[in-house]
Design a protein around this ligand. Sequence first.
Ligand code: SAH
Ligand code: SF4
Ligand code: F3S
Length: 447
Amino acid sequence: MKEAKTFFMRTYGCQMNENDTEVMVGMLEKRGLKRTDDESGADLLLFNTCSIRDLAERKVMGKLGKLGKLRQNRPIIGITGCMANAKKETLFKKVPHIDFVLGTNNIHELNSVLDEVLLTGKQQARVDMRFEHELDYLQASRPDKVKAYVSIIRGCSKYCTYCVVPYTRGPEVSRTPESILEECQALADQGYKEITLLGQNVNSYGKDKPEWNTLFHDLLYKVDSIKGIERVRFMTSHPVDITLNLMQAIRDLKSLCEFVHFPIQAGSDRILHKMHRLYTKQQYLEKVQMLRELVPGVQLGTDIIVGFPTETDAEFQETYDVLEQLEYSVAFLFAYSPRKGTPAMRWMDDIPEAVKDERLQRLIALQNEIYKKQRQDMLGQVVEVLVEGVVDSETNSLKGRTRCWKNVVFQGPETLVGTLQNVRIHSFNHQTMAGDLVPKSTLQILS
Ligand code: SAH
Ligand code: SF4
Ligand code: F3S
């Protein structure tokens, strides 16, 4: 096979995958390859895949099936990400025209696997179950110039019974504080203003390495002290590990945004127990109350699964009631999807799809009402927006987000990208708030 000059890469799934893509793109660019959007013309095609639900896998399999019909001078095709670990070499049987399968814990081998494919023309698979080799995060190639992801812990050791992640990414492995801080400092030096610390459960940070004496909240104090980083966020957290120390950090650290993804998953104790979520509804509600008391104005996000095996109508209603009660500002709502290799597979997927869908639609309708009310409440308010980019340069339209993750569009010059601005909200449309720039001097006079 001849050396590839261009590559096309598509990412499915979550922010961890997006960040892994940035690292892989950096590795390939360092090798001299150029990224292209032209899928049919590229010499190397990479698909960074997701296994979280059946639909996520089907999307990729449909895509890969079509690639078999590509032109004669065919490209090298590589599958990376969670499906690589979930399906391993069986992918070669299902999709014979792929050249390599590279798991989430083998990203460091991307170039050597490519060399091997080029040299031998034979299919290659590398799918370790544990993350052991540090990645070259400093070389990551990021499309965004204002906000950046920084991985702090890989894998997950929580083993929720429905979830494939502990098997596709392996157990939790924290990254050294030195390496994280070096990357954050480098990002600040390059002009980045916002950092999102990433992990499947960031609050477990450091627990696997007690000798470092650095838990998640300790790390947050260090990241907050880096000059130039205006905003720090984190994704995602497990309620059981949200500590008082963390809540105090959110209250006290200037850069740390008052938004916490606090996924409840279900409102019934029996279902939570069956999901192995390690908290009861009461314990969860108490933590939320504590956080809301300590950090006024804090906003919460959640994930919810409906139709978990054996979930009754009454148990679903408990989930509905919690969603109504807590008024999350972000809610990701899913129908249960059985995953091979997870403990929940031993229970029958007994809730008919039509019932799952009906429950899901009820939650979506409820949450949409909550969103609408929250957006109406924002009308007339002045919010702080980090300007992330230009929507349309002809109309001078800019976009950004509030500290609590709301999208805002407004008019202003391109030079404002990367700065913090005050915007008075005057209207909203679906998920986006619209407003007018409030010159800083006006605010000073007012206050
Ligand atoms: N570590 C994160 C979740 C990552 S997966 C956390 O615990 O918050 C994102 C979400 O996908 C999960 O929170 C869950 O709501 C959903 N999910 C995971 N496995 C699923 C499955 N088998 N079926 C449906 N939804 C699932
Ligand atoms: Fe999956 Fe649970 Fe780990 Fe989240 S905490 S990644 S839902 S096993
Ligand atoms: Fe999907 Fe893997 Fe993320 S399964 S959601 S890409 S950790």
